[in-house]
Design a protein around this ligand. Structure first.
Ligand SMILES: NC(=O)c1ccc[n+]([C@@H]2O[C@H](COP(=O)([O-])OP(=O)(O)OC[C@H]3O[C@@H](n4cnc5c(N)ncnc54)[C@H](O)[C@@H]3O)[C@@H](O)[C@H]2O)c1
Length: 263
């Protein structure tokens, strides 16, 4: 393994936890984010190199990925940067749709294309795309879910294209991440809109997660670490879901109920 791992959207939230975990694994990490001040601060805090990058800006992506590949070698790429907007389909504007797709789908495509070009030449590399579970309806998230579905397809197609060049491409789908990440803000907004105390709302969400708690940023970092490591050498075009078993809006029974489910 030679070269750095580039993690996008890593000024905070899941990206920062992923970067921290990769540094703990002994990897050289470069973190990229559109928020210049936050990415500098975050990099200084974990001992990574920082770069300011808008993944939707094609010229900037070509330049940044090219510079890392030239100066340090590009071993890994974690496409984590993404945006969400809580809005129903009927209330959405075309601009909402385009903005979410230009960052999540197009930006991740640009990063994958540039990263893969360098990795194919080097005959080595690992790409991990951060998705979400896309196989069920999630109200107020159609543009976001559709953009993540595009990343899902991109991951699988690219995995096959670059497999013989020694490049592995996989995805990680976080579940409901608790307070502390940007995407989790909508849980707080939802609790407020329902007029529920945070503790009551949280207890209700936990009931829908079979393992009974929020997903943490470190849970996601662990899955990315696995896919970047040698134990994942024969894995490509696959997805690991870090959801605590959340598959649909079902409630896991208490253990006592298992003894006599029909009683
Ligand atoms: N937190 C969750 O509950 C959750 C669940 C499933 C999937 N995800 C996915 O995980 C990823 C990270 O989510 P998070 O909750 O940590 O989000 P977050 O909002 O905390 O962090 C996203 C980061 O991306 C950066 N960013 C936004 N647009 C960018 C651009 N154009 N170029 C570069 N950087 C940009 C932001 O500045 C921010 O630092 C996203 O792809 C998200 O879809 C999150």
């Amino acid at each position: 393994m030679t070269g750095a791992v580039l993690v996008t959207g890593a000024a905070g939230g899941l990206g920062l936890a992923i970067a921290r975990r990769l540094i703990d694994d002994g990897r050289q990490v470069v973190i990229a984010d559109i928020d210049a001040a936050a990415v500098e601060r975050a990099a200084a805090g974990i001992g990574a190199q920082a770069c300011v990058l808008d993944i939707a800006d094609e010229a900037a992506v070509v330049e940044t990925v090219g510079a890392i590949a030239r100066d340090r070698g590009l071993w890994g790429l974690v496409n984590n940067a993404g945006v969400h907007k809580n809005v129903s389909v009927v209330a959405s504007t075309a601009q909402d749709w385009d903005r979410i797709h230009s960052i999540n789908a197009r930006g991740t495509f640009l990063m994958c294309r540039e990263g893969a070009r360098h990795m194919v030449r080097a005959r080595q590399g690992r790409i991990v795309n951060i998705v979400t579970r896309v196989n069920f309806g999630n109200p107020f998230s159609a543009a976001y879910m559709a953009s993540k579905s595009a990343i899902y397809a991109l991951t699988q197609c690219l995995a096959v294209e670059v497999a013989r060049a020694g490049v592995r491409v996989n995805g990680v789908g976080p579940g409901h991440v608790g307070p502390g990440t940007g995407m989790a803000r909508h849980f707080k907004a939802k609790a407020d809109s329902l007029g529920m105390a945070w503790e009551d709302f949280e207890a209700q969400v936990h009931k829908t997660i079979p393992l009974g708690r929020w997903c943490t940023p470190d849970d996601v970092g662990g899955a990315v670490s696995f896919l970047m490591g040698p134990d994942a050498d024969f894995i490509t075009g696959e997805f690991i879901y870090v959801t605590g078993g959340f598959q649909a809006y079902g409630v896991a029974p208490d253990p006592e109920q298992l003894e006599n489910p029909y009683g």
